[in-house]
Write a protein that binds this ligand. Structure first.
Ligand SMILES: [Zn+2]
Length: 312
């Protein structure tokens, strides 16, 4: 029975759930083992330029609500320290500078495309279950068992899966740039957006309240039909493999979650991810280097890149 669809329904369901849970993080991995478990980028990783001690983070309360954090060298007789926000700002600017180098940008793009291709291939294995009416009914029944009270609850899993895969395909085409045959990427983009905005408009509603608000079963049926139509349109498009997009690659290495906020303003946020990206950018340049920090130097002059194995 499943020979023509590839996956059993149980496999399809677990693939869909994993697809969402992984959040499809396509940031490159550094390949360098991350030995520090700290939420601060530099803690355990940066070495004191003077005595090679791995820096630690100290907190100091300033007034009622503010805490200042410092990187401090714990070596006996050293104890030098510098504000985390200032050092992190330097680490950010270093990372940006490396990501802007053409070879690093190319490596980033290649790695990202390979990862996205993998996830798109995984997502496509579920499509036979989503695109066939009868199978989709079976799938929806299994996925939406609970919480039928809310309008969106039974639709949720399929919606997240479909829009995540659509987003990934759009991202992939924009990352590669110039793809001259196939369906228009703009068509997928607008179909995806309309589906998302329909979902958002139904988000707060319980089924019973919505029925009352729109004026009865007939009107509610119209909403369900429109949903079906929007859903079918996106799921249908997802079966296409070639996309038309005339433009240069428009995803840059610096356009990612880890770079959204200035590192200096949010130390401790996404520290591991930022550290991974920074280490990846350092490694992608080919020569083995490490970072040391001159804690008593002037701001913006503290972080130094030195060849691995060399002491300052
Ligand atoms: Zn030191």
């Amino acid at each position: 029975m499943t020979a023509d669809v590839g996956l059993t329904i149980d496999d399809a369901i677990s693939t869909m759930r994993n697809f969402r849970r992984t959040e499809l993080d396509v940031a490159p991995e550094s390949g360098i083992p991350d030995e520090s478990d700290s939420p601060y980028i530099g803690e355990g990783f940066l070495r004191c330029a003077r005595c090679e001690g791995a820096v630690v983070v100290d907190s100091q309360d300033v007034g009622w609500y503010t805490t200042s954090r410092f990187y401090r060298c714990p070596a006996p007789g050293c104890g030098r320290r510098a504000p985390v926000s200032e050092v992190d700002a330097e680490l950010e600017s270093l990372t940006r500078q490396y990501l802007a180098e053409p070879t690093v940008g190319e490596a980033w793009r290649a790695e990202r495309l390979a990862k996205m291709d993998h996830w798109i291939a995984v997502g496509r294995t579920v499509l036979p279950w989503c695109c066939d009416q009868r199978r989709r009914r079976e799938l929806s029944r299994r996925l939406g068992k609970r919480q039928r009270m809310y309008v969106n609850a039974p639709k949720e899993q399929l919606f997240w899966f479909g829009t995540t895969l659509a987003g990934l395909i759009i991202d992939r085409v924009l990352t590669a740039g110039n793809s001259m045959k196939g369906r228009s990427l703009a068509e997928l983009h607008s179909a995806d957006r309309e589906w998302i905005s329909c979902y958002r408009s139904l988000e707060p509603w319980r089924r019973r309240e919505l029925r009352r608000a729109v004026g009865g079963r007939g009107q509610l049926k119209k909403i369900d039909d429109e949903w079906e139509w929007l859903q079918n349109r996106v799921l249908g498009l997802l079966q296409e493999t070639d996309w038309f997009y005339s433009g240069p690659p428009s995803r840059l290495p610096t356009e990612q979650r880890t770079m959204n906020e200035p590192w200096s303003q949010s130390p401790g946020v996404m520290g591991r991810e930022r550290r991974a990206l920074m280490m990846w950018a350092l490694g992608a340049r080919g020569s083995a280097v490490r970072l040391v920090v001159a804690l008593d130097a002037a701001p913006q002059k503290r972080v130094q890149v030195v060849p691995a194995g060399e002491t300052t």
